[in-house]
Design a protein around this ligand. Structure first.
Ligand SMILES: [Zn+2]
Length: 96
């Protein structure tokens, strides 16, 4: 029923997937998971780290949580550098 978006247009912020609270894998603060359906991984919004959300590729959430705080910040920073303008930072093998 919901309008499926082919691209990942963050500006519209139209996600039709699940949405629930969880701990931010970067800062450990309160965050919201807004993973769209059919997405392999997770999309998490955290008001402290990335209010528009960042993506964590499948399997990388645990890897991320295992890192020391400063390395998590580094990974997110790197993901921001790689992200195309208007796109969410994506945490994956490239950012580790
Ligand atoms: Zn955070």
């Amino acid at each position: 029923m919901s309008a499926a978006t082919d691209g990942e247009d963050v500006s519209g912020f139209d996600f039709s997937g699940i949405e629930f609270s969880q701990e931010c894998p970067i800062c450990g603060g309160p965050a919201t998971e807004v993973t769209p359906a059919d997405f392999d991984g997770k999309v998490i919004t955290c008001s402290s780290c990335e209010p528009n959300g960042f993506e964590v590729a499948g399997g990388y959430l645990e890897k991320l949580k295992a890192l020391p705080q400063e390395d998590r910040n580094r990974v997110l920073r790197k993901a921001r550098e790689f992200a195309a303008p208007g796109k969410r930072p994506a945490i994956n093998s490239r950012t580790f």
